[in-house]
Design a protein around this ligand. Structure first.
Ligand code: NAP
Length: 465
């Protein structure tokens, strides 16, 4: 009898430490220099939260938990090893699993408690299963679009938003009825089934281009449904962790929309990427100037100030370690090298920071858009490596461009611009880039990793592999 309060105290203390670690984890992850510590803190917090939960007296049999742990690990370990560029869809899958879990727990709790479900409890339980179900199918759809197993193109039809919002309204209406009449069990499947359908329909009109923003929004829904589950299960830890997840996911979606100069409603209802109406959409046939690795190396060696602008192509080519060699070779020659990081370069927030940190580029050399833009007019060479949209001057000057108004890195203001990419193909937004036709621009055609490697060999006299 005396052991019970002691175990409960241990559980409470474990949860308290886990909560503190989750909060610290978010704080530390907001800067590249402390991000690793943040990830570790989150991991330890999660292990403590699971350990505390396993100590609960309510658990009568550990066998099913053990089977679930093994199955979860079999799925989770390979998911954790995907290539960096596949992280957005991997994240969407984790949200789908989390949301499925929340929905199943909510459903089980309803059938265990009904008809004696107090109104507040029924309200949060409904919120839990509605958000959980729509996040489950929505996240699966988002993962499918990003992995290109589903068409990336937005599919739209007349009255689509009305149909979708009406469905959601019906689900909320049924939930309100259940709050008043929790004994009417036959209506419960409606508040699971309709949101499952809504999750699919909600993603259909959104283009693959907007999926990362949608994923962080779904992250926020998953967090809110987990917080609601915390009320149902009377778990303060779940309420806090869910609220942190919900708030951070929402802030991230807002920040990403801002960096792409899109409003939230435009991301969700705008069917971006459906058709390109801009004059910039037509590929130009004007000639461009190109250069070899030898010429590029000579120009870089003669420069005083170089700003490297990485983008999605650097990530695909996994060129970050070669970029580090280039940074070393140039700094050794006394060239001042900095990196200009656009907030939505690549395919997920912080993509470039993560890759450059992996290659041990000093954090103080990574400048964000606001810091680096005033430097471009005094920069001798802006070296763009696999970036496209985030350097497109049409965003400033062409009001008909789909990316008009999106803040960009002003590389065109540097004295010379060199762009490493494989062809004249467009980037994510599917539009041409007038930067490539400027007199001061030299195109360096090739794969980012091989081309940067070739420049390094020129600079070091072949001392690098
Ligand atoms: P981008 O506009 O997609 O352009 C990437 C360029 O890399 C392409 O033009 C491609 O040209 C080149 N490339 C691909 N593979 C390469 C390789 N192996 N070697 C060399 N070059 C290669 O990329 P970005 O400038 O980084 O812009 C990011 C875009 O994603 C923005 O439109 C942004 O709004 C969007 N987005 C970002 C996020 C985020 O969170 N970061 C989220 C949602 C949307 P070639 O094919 O000719 O090589």
């Amino acid at each position: 009898m005396t052991s019970m309060p002691a175990t409960e105290n241990i559980i409470e203390i474990t949860y308290l430490i886990a909560t503190a670690l989750f909060i610290l984890s978010l704080k530390w992850m907001s800067s590249p220099s402390t991000a690793r510590r943040g990830v570790r803190a989150g991991e330890v917090g999660m292990v403590l939260a699971i350990a505390g939960t396993l100590l609960h007296h309510g658990i009568v049999d550990y066998r099913w938990i053990a089977i679930a742990l093994v199955l979860g690990s079999i799925l989770g370990v390979p998911l954790g090893m995907v290539h960096m560029t596949a992280v957005p869809q991997r994240t969407a899958l984790s949200h789908a699993f989390g949301a499925l879990c929340v929905t199943l727990v909510g459903t089980a709790e309803f059938y265990l408690r009904a008809p004696d479900v107090p109104r507040f409890m029924m309200a949060v339980l409904s919120m839990e299963v509605i958000l959980g179900s729509l996040t489950f199918t929505g996240s699966l759809m988002a993962a499918g679009k990003l992995q290109e197993v589903l068409p990336q193109r937005p599919l739209t039809y007349r009255g689509q938003n009305l149909v979708n919002l009406s469905l959601l309204a019906i689900a909320v209406g049924v939930a309100m009825y259940l709050v008043l009449h929790p004994g009417e069990k036959q209506f419960f499947p409606w508040i699971v089934g309709i949101p499952l359908l809504f999750g699919v329909l909600m993603i259909i009109p959104i283009g693959g281009a907007d999926m990362p923003t949608v994923i962080s929004l779904l992250n926020s829904y998953a967090g809110l449904s987990a917080a609601a589950m915390g009320f149902v299960l009377d778990s303060k830890l779940l309420i806090i962790a869910g609220a942190l997840d919900g708030a951070s996911g929402f802030i991230l979606s807002v920040n990403m929309s801002k960096a792409m100069n899109r409003s939230f409603s435009n991301v969700l209802f705008g069917a971006f990427g459906q058709e390109q109406v801009s004059s910039a959409g037509a590929r130009e046939s004007r000639p461009v100037k190109s250069a070899t690795a030898e010429e590029a190396a000579a120009i870089l060696a003669a420069a005083n100030k170089v700003v490297i602008v990485p983008g999605y192509g650097m990530a695909v080519a996994q060129a970050q370690h070669k970029v580090r060699e280039l940074y070393d070779a140039l700094t050794k020659r006394g060239v001042d090298v900095k990196f200009g990081i656009h907030p939505v370069a690549g395919r997920m927030p912080g993509h470039m920071n993560v890759l450059l940190a992996e290659a041990d580029i000093p954090y103080d050399k990574l400048l964000d858009m606001g810091e680096v833009n005033p430097d471009f007019p005094q920069t001798d060479v802006a070296l763009v490596i696999g970036a496209n949209d985030v350097t497109n001057p049409a965003a400033r000057s062409d009001s008909s461009s789909p990316i008009h108004g999106m803040p960009i890195l002003d590389v065109d203001k540097a004295r010379t611009v060199m762009v490493i990419k494989r062809s004249m193909a467009a980037g994510f937004a599917g539009i041409d880039n007038p930067l490539y036709y400027l007199d001061k621009t030299l195109m360096l055609f090739g794969d980012a990793k091989s081309f940067v490697g070739a420049i390094v060999r020129e600079l070091t006299g072949g001392n690098h592999s």
